[in-house]
Design a protein around this ligand. Structure first.
Ligand SMILES: C[S@@+](CC[C@H](N)C(=O)[O-])C[C@H]1O[C@@H](n2cnc3c(N)ncnc32)[C@H](O)[C@@H]1O
Length: 225
C-alpha cells in the first residue's frame, strides 16, 4: 500500500478512532507509556497521544515511519522494529495496542504474545483487526481476494483464534465490540494505484463494488497488580 493511501485512510478514520480509543481505554492518568505495534503512519499512536504521556510507534516500513514522524505530536516516537520480536523489555508499557496488523504478519500468535510480554502486569491491551469467517472455505476465498488487492495481506483470523491468543497469554478480555465497515472497492483500487489489467480480476473476485467487513475490537487486561 502506498504512503499516500495509508495517510488518506488514516485521515478518513481519525475522528472515529479517537472517540473509540478514549471510550474503550479511558480514563487515563495522563502519564501512561503506550505502544502502537505495526503503527504504519501512526493512526493508533496519534489517537493515544492526546491522552497519555508518551507513545512509541513501531513498524518495519521506513517510508511509513518517515511520513508519520513528519506529522507526529511531540510525545510520539517512531522506532523501527518487528511486531513479532519487539525491541523492548518485559513490562515496558502501561498500554499496548495494534490496529489492523494481525492479518499482515506471518505469525499473529507471536505478535500477540509480544504485546503481552511488553505490557506491565495490570496494564491494558487493545487489539483491533478485520475478522475472518468461521467457515474456513469462506475465509480462504476472502483471503484470496484480499491478497490480490493488497499483496501484504496474509490471513484473516476468526474471532475464536484471537480469543485463543488472549487466553494463551493470560490476558483477560474486558470488552469486545464488532464494528462493520463499508469498503468502496473502486476508491481503494484508485488510491492504491492498482494497474488497470489487475483490476478486472480483482473486481471478479470481490464480494461486490461495495462490501462490508467486520473489525473485532478487543480490550484486555494483563493479569497482575
Ligand atoms: C494495514 S497496516 C496498519 C497500519 C496502522 N496500524 C493503521 O491502522 O493505519 C499494517 C501495518 O503493519 C506493518 N507490519 C507488518 N508486519 C509487521 C511486522 N512484522 N512488524 C512491524 N510492523 C509490521 C506494516 O508495515 C503496516 O504498516
Amino acid at each position: 500500500m502506498t504512503v499516500e493511501l495509508r495517510l488518506a485512510l488514516q485521515e478518513q478514520r481519525a475522528a472515529e478512532l479517537s472517540e473509540r480509543v478514549s471510550r474503550l481505554l479511558g480514563p487515563f492518568s495522563g502519564s501512561e507509556r503506550a505502544l502502537d505495534s505495526g503503527s504504519g503512519t501512526g493512526a493508533l499512536a496519534f489517537a493515544l497521544a492526546a491522552h497519555v504521556g508518551e507513545v512509541v510507534a513501531v513498524d518495519l516500513r521506513a517510508e511509513y515511519m518517515e511520513a508519520g514522524r513528519e506529522r507526529a505530536p511531540e510525545n510520539v516516537r517512531f522506532v523501527e522494529g518487528d511486531a513479532m520480536a519487539l525491541p523492548f523489555e518485559y513490562g515496558s508499557f502501561d498500554i499496548a495496542g495494534s490496529l489492523r496488523v494481525l492479518h499482515h504478519v506471518r505469525r499473529p500468535e507471536l505478535a500477540v504474545s509480544e504485546l503481552a510480554r511488553v505490557t506491565r502486569p495490570g496494564g491494558r491491551l487493545l487489539i483491533v483487526d478485520q475478522l475472518g469467517s468461521v467457515d474456513p472455505l469462506r475465509s480462504m476465498e476472502l483471503d484470496r481476494f484480499e491478497r490480490l488487492r493488497d499483496p501484504s495481506h496474509t490471513r484473516l483470523l476468526p474471532d475464536a483464534d484471537v480469543r485463543g491468543f488472549l487466553e494463551a497469554n493470560d490476558l483477560v478480555l474486558l470488552t469486545f465490540e464488532v464494528v462493520r465497515e463499508r469498503v468502496d472497492l473502486e476508491q481503494r483500487l484508485e488510491l492504491a494505484q492498482v494497474p488497470e489489467e489487475d483490476r478486472v480480476r480483482i473486481r471478479g473476485l470481490a464480494p461486490g463494488a461495495f462490501y462490508d467487513i467486520e473489525l473485532g475490537w478487543y480490550v484486555a487486561r494483563k493479569s497482575g497488580p
